[in-house]
Design a protein around this ligand. Structure first.
Ligand code: 13P
Ligand code: SF4
Length: 308
C-alpha cells in the first residue's frame, strides 16, 4: 500500500511529514503532524529529522526552511502556490513601504520569503490579534496582504492599520445567501468562520478563528451541529475528532457547479499520495532559499514566535 511505502521511506530517511488541515484526508492521515500555520511553524523549531516534507503550500515550505536551514525541506508539488501570497509582490510592498516611511509592516504568514524579509513581525490567523495588541498604541502599521483578516483585526483592536488589498480566492467566495439559508435550516448550529472570509460573512459567525481554533471550538462545544465557513479540508479532522457531531460546509457563490459544496483550495489539493511518495523517493522538489534572504525573513518569524 502506498501509505506503507511512504511510512517506510520516512523511517529509512529519518523524514517527517507535516500537513496543513486543508490537505486531502489521506495526506492528513499519513502525516506525523497536522496543524494550522502557527502550530506548523512552532513544530518546525522542535523537529528532530533530517528531512521535512511539508504538505501544504509553497510559503509553508519556505517558512519551514527559514526555521530549519540545516534540514532538507521538500514539498510534493512546487506549483502549490497561494492566491493570497501572490497578491503581494515584494517589489510592490517595498514601494508601498517607501511611500509610508513611518509605518511598520505586519505581514500574514501567507507571504513569500521576500515579503517576510521586508516585514517587522509576521502573524498567523491564530495570533494576529494578540500580536497587534502588543504593538505600541500609537504605532503606524501596514498590514498585508489579507484585507479581510486586517479588517477583522482592526475591528477587534480598534487600530487603523493600513490594509494591503489582497485576499484568498477560496475564502472570498463563500455565499452569504447560502450561509443565511443554512442558518435558517439549522438554527441550533453555531457558525465557525475563518477570518480570511469577507466581513459580511464574519458578521454571521459565532466563532472566528484559525483552522485549529475552529477545530478546538467544535471539540469543546456541547452543540452537535456546526456550519463551517472555511476550506472544506478541515472537515476531515473535525469529523475524526468529533464522530458524533455534524459539520455542514457552506458552498461558494453560484459558480461552475450548482449545489457544489466544494470550497477547496486547488493548491492544497495538489498534494497527492503519489507525489508525496515520489518526493520521498527522489528528495525533490526541494525548497532552496538564498541564505541572506532567509536570515532577513527569519527575524520577523522569530519575533512572531516570541510574541505568540
Ligand atoms: P490557518 O490554518 O493558520 O488558520 O491558515 C489558513 C490558511 O489559509 C492557510 O493557507
Ligand atoms: Fe492560500 Fe487561500 Fe489556499 Fe490558504 S486557502 S493556501 S490562503 S489560496
Amino acid at each position: 500500500m502506498i501509505k506503507d511505502e511512504i511510512r517506510q521511506l520516512c523511517r529509512e530517511k529519518n523524514a517527517i511529514i507535516m500537513a496543513h488541515y486543508y490537505t486531502r484526508p489521506e495526506i492528513q492521515d499519513v502525516a506525523d503532524f497536522i496543524g494550522d500555520s502557527l502550530a506548523l511553524a512552532q513544530k518546525a523549531t522542535t523537529v528532530d529529522a533530517d528531512i521535512i516534507v511539508m504538505c501544504g503550500v509553497h510559503f509553508m515550505g519556505e517558512t519551514m526552511k527559514i526555521l530549519c536551514p540545516d534540514k532538507k525541506v521538500l514539498i510534493p508539488d512546487m506549483e502549490a502556490g497561494c492566491s493570497l501570497a501572490d497578491s503581494c509582490k515584494a517589489e510592490d510592498l517595498a514601494k508601498f513601504k517607501a511611500e509610508h516611511p513611518e509605518h511598520m509592516v505586519v505581514s500574514y504568514v501567507n507571504t513569500s520569503a521576500a515579503v517576510k524579509a521586508l516585514t517587522d513581525v509576521v502573524v498567523t490567523s491564530s495570533n494576529a490579534r494578540k500580536i497587534v495588541e502588543q504593538l505600541p498604541p500609537d504605532a503606524k502599521i501596514i498590514f498585508g496582504p489579507d484585507k479581510n483578516l486586517g479588517n477583522y483585526i482592526n475591528s477587534v483592536t480598534g487600530r487603523e492599520m493600513l490594509l494591503w488589498d489582497g485576499a484568498c480566492h477560496v475564502h472570498s467566495r463563500f455565499s452569504l445567501e447560502a450561509l443565511i439559508d443554512l442558518k435558517k435550516k439549522n438554527p441550533d448550529a453555531p457558525v465557525l468562520a475563518h477570518p480570511e472570509c469577507k466581513a459580511v460573512i464574519l458578521t454571521q459567525a459565532d466563532k472566528i478563528g484559525s483552522t485549529k481554533a475552529l477545530l478546538d471550538f467544535a471539540i469543546s462545544s456541547p452543540q452537535k451541529r456546526f456550519i463551517v465557513v472555511t476550506e472544506s479540508g478541515i472537515l476531515h479532522e473535525m469529523q475524526k475528532a468529533c464522530p458524533d457531531k455534524e459539520f455542514i460546509p457552506v458552498p461558494p457563490e453560484a459558480t461552475e457547479t450548482v449545489g457544489c459544496h466544494c470550497n477547496e483550495c486547488e493548491y492544497m489539493r495538489l498534494n497527492t499520495m503519489e507525489k508525496l511518495l515520489a518526493c520521498l523517493q527522489t528528495e525533490q522538489p526541494e525548497i532552496i532559499i538564498n541564505p541572506e534572504l532567509a536570515t532577513q525573513a527569519l527575524k520577523p518569524i522569530r519575533r512572531m514566535l516570541e510574541m505568540s
